[in-house]
Design a protein around this ligand. Sequence first.
Ligand code: DAH
Length: 342
Amino acid sequence: MKNRLENLKEEILQELNKVKDGDLLRELEIKYLGRKGELSNILRAIKDLGEKERQEIGQLANVFKNDITAKFEEVKKEVAKNKGEADFVDVTLPGKKIAHGHLHPLTIIQSELEDLFSSLGFMVLDGPELESDYYNFEALNVAKNHPARDMQDTFYIDKKNADGEYDLLMRTQTSPMQVRAMQKYGAPLRAIVPGRTFRCESTDARHEHTFYQLEGFMVDKDINFSHLKGILDLIGKKLYGPETKLRMRPKFFPFVEPGANGEYSCFLCKGKGCRVCKYTGWLEIMGCGLIHPEVLRAGGIDPEIYSGFAFGFGLSRLAMLKYNIDDVRLFNSGDLRFLEQF
Ligand code: DAH
């Protein structure tokens, strides 16, 4: 009996040494001190002993019980103290830093322009990237064998239509949305279309097969060149500051008449001439003009009643100029070293 008690004490002390948390401690308490625990079994067995032994073992068992209970209390305090330390929050410590994502430079410019145009009552429209030959070219007054198609070679989808022609392609410009929007909303109409465009390019630092454009157009009665000029002037000042000057020079685009190149005084050298503007003082930013009567007709709008202007430019090019980015391929690279700078 004495041995049993001593062995049990030894075992309990060993187990208690291993205790790190309250759960294990409770398990041990039940196992050794509980009503059905081992100590209770021994205590119950005492009454069957002979008189002398009963006294001796009884005393021993009492001392044993007190010792063990005290030891349990001690461990319990220790566990509580550790738990307290783990729960303690030092509010004076600096907080954990949460990593923030970055807006893509193209998204930043696009949002700025969307804000500007929304404030002028323009809708912001989205269009299909997989476009038909009709909307991408023909409806824009670019006939099948027109040389203007040369500059906009793209990716054709390997599927013929009923006439045996390949007529699905990745849009080369956001301009097809002019006719789609006219057909859907009619006149009067004001909208911009930011979006992804594609060309079959040999890629290098200035050319990429996938890039971004923003198209804008307005159709109403009595729209004329001065309305276009006013809007372009506003875009320039928004992008490059209030000092920015606008210059327009004639340029041919099949879907406008007259057509022009919109150029802004260089934001860097303020028109004096520098590397960014190739020492001309001007940045060629966009194509623009008054919407060709054929295009209005394709959109179901009578050119005798309505007129309109349109403009389009590369968002990628704008972002390159604004942030001094020297390789267009960085935009689609997904390279965090690039993106984290914005
Ligand atoms: N879509 C033309 C391009 O990608 C740019 C352009 C020129 C858009 C003249 C227009 C415009 O709306 O009037 O080169």
